[in-house]
Structure formats: structure tokens, C-alpha cells
Design a binder for this molecule. Structure first.
Ligand code: AMP
Length: 277
């Protein structure tokens, strides 16, 4: 089946009608292997896959990288075609948001901590666009990366709290051979920045060798500190994967070790799921 590229709600509605059980992969484009892995997981879950490509202005702060975020629609559509995607929805900001819009989704307290504390309003913007995409595309399943672990937790929370009839699937983080988590923002990194950025995945890897929360955090922190002043750490946390509250030192069971840091002008995040026994 050939890929259909649509830009408007009307085109989307007409194309969606012809598809049966549908899995949606929401993205901001500049597609890489991480996105491809989500598409492959989506294909296993449904008859057809839809990919949305939209750099959502609502989830960027005033001093963030909205204007320079990479926009590579032609290459992205080729990637989608090669991965057997049936439908690509790439709306303009005007198509998505009415000029007089006023209602948004509130992420609640989980939206104010960690990633949300450094990016005020970010999760309100994410949840608002994801709910709109769900209402427009009407997928049966939607696939999100574990790479954005707090986002995944927030989307699960929204779907549960607002009774959204979409099954949420989490997908593992895809990394470069040297460990760096793939990201559309990696293309901002100079060679020197990239070497410094490796401290994030290395820190998670060192932390994961330990069993107790305090030891995990100490080992990970040591790697971040060794990277020197070129790495500016926003947070290093060990949290419950569902609530994103920090775990106590006697915690047993699932946890997420997550880090956010700035290298040069680029902000990077990474995390690993851990099972503490
Ligand atoms: P983005 O285009 O960055 O908004 O990401 C779109 C989706 O791809 C989100 O669900 C991300 O969590 C996911 N994603 C981004 N990078 C990766 C990666 N390296 N591995 C797996 N999923 C990813």
C-alpha cells in the first residue's frame, strides 16, 4: 500500500476512514533509528501505521530551540515509506491551533517536577497536542519512546485519568554504537560536544551496576562530575517509573535513573529502566 501524505484535517479524516486498526507514532520529525524502531513496533500492533510530524510550538519555552529545530519533511516521508507507513500527517501550526484557542490540558503536579521544573509548561503542551492528535487520527494504539520517560509516564496518566480510548505502548531507547541515545537534537552537537555528551549514557551505565539507590546515584554522579564544566547537569534522579517521585533508599522493584544536562547550547536527556532487587 502506498504512503499517503496529508496536511489538513479534512484530508486526514478521508484517509483515516479507509484504514482499519491503526497505530500512531507521534513525532516532531527529523526521523532517526529511534523513530524507525517505534514504527516497527507499531506495525506489529495494528494493520496500518500513521506517523504524525509536527514541531509543536506549545511545548517549547520562549528561550528554547523551536525556531532552529530541524525540519526535514521530504527525508522523513522517505523514511516512513521505507518502513511501510500508510499515512503521514504533517499539519501546519495554523491547521492544528485555531487563532482563538484557549483550552489546554493541564499535566497536574507530575508536570511540574524534574523535566517539568526546567521546562515550565512543557508537559501541558505535550499532552494538549497528543490529545488533539488522538482525536484527529483516532488510533487504536500509540507508540512512545522510553527515551522521554517522564513524557511516557505523563501520557499514560492522561489516558488513565481522562479515559482516552487509546492503548499506550512504550518502546526501548535506541542508541548509537558508543551509547549516546539517538535524538533529533544530536545534530546540534560539535565533535567536542558529542564527546562530552557521552557522559550521560556512561553515567547511567555506571549507576546501573549498583543495587541500592544511594550507590546508584553516587556512581552516576561521579561520571557526570568527571566530565568537567563543559557538562552542565540539570538533574540526576532515581524515580518510580509511574509517578516520577524519587525512590527511598530501601526501594525494591522498578525504577528509572534519569539525567538531563546541557552541552554547548544543546539540552540532552537520557534514562535507563532498572529493576532493584
Ligand atoms: P520526537 O520526534 O523527539 O518528539 O520523538 C518522537 C517519539 O520518538 C517519542 O515518543 C520519543 O520518545 C521517541 N524517541 C526519540 N528518540 C528515541 C530513541 N533514541 N529511541 C527510542 N525512541 C525515541
Amino acid at each position: 500500500m502506498d504512503l499517503k501524505l496529508v496536511h489538513t484535517r479534512a484530508e486526514l479524516a478521508a484517509a483515516r476512514e479507509k484504514l482499519g486498526r491503526l497505530a500512531l507514532v507521534p513525532t516532531m520529525g527529523a526521523l532517526h533509528e529511534g523513530h524507525r524502531s517505534l514504527i516497527r513496533i507499531a506495525r506489529e500492533r495494528a494493520d496500518h501505521v500513521a506517523v504524525s510530524i509536527f514541531v509543536n510550538p506549545l511545548q517549547f519555552g520562549p528561550n528554547e530551540d523551536f525556531a532552529r529545530y530541524p525540519r526535514t519533511l521530504d527525508a522523513d516521508v522517505e523514511v516512513c515509506a521505507a518502513e511501510g507507513v500508510a499515512l503521514v500527517f504533517a499539519p501546519s501550526a495554523e491547521e492544528m491551533y485555531a487563532a482563538d484557542r484557549s483550552v489546554t490540558v493541564s499535566a497536574g503536579p507530575m508536570g511540574d517536577v524534574h523535566e517539568g521544573a526546567f521546562r515550565p509548561g512543557h508537559f501541558d503542551g505535550v499532552l494538549t497536542v497528543v490529545l488533539k492528535l488522538f482525536n484527529l487520527v483516532r488510533p487504536d494504539v500509540a507508540v512512545f519512546g522510553q527515551k522521554d520517560a517522564q513524557q511516557l509516564a505523563m501520557i499514560r496518566r492522561m489516558v488513565a485519568d481522562l479515559d482516552v480510548p487509546v492503548e499506550i505502548v512504550g518502546a526501548p531507547t535506541v542508541r548509537e554504537p558508543d551509547g549516546l541515545a539517538m535524538s533529533s537534537r544530536n545534530r546540534y552537537l560539535s565533535a567536542e560536544d558529542r564527546a562530552v555528551a557521552l557522559a550521560l549514557s556512561r553515567a547511567l551505565h555506571e549507576g546501573a551496576k549498583h543495587a541500592r539507590p544511594a550507590e546508584i546515584l553516587t556512581a552516576a554522579r561521579a561520571v557526570l562530575d568527571a566530565a568537567g564544566p563543559a557538562l552542565s547537569v540539570d538533574y540526576l534522579i532515581l524515580v518510580d517509573p509511574e509517578t516520577f517521585t524519587e525512590v527511598s533508599d530501601d526501594h525494591r522493584g522498578e525504577a528509572v535513573l534519569a539525567v538531563a544536562a546541557r552541552v554547548g547550547g544543546t539540552r540532552l536527556i537520557d534514562n535507563v529502566p532498572l529493576s532493584l532487587g
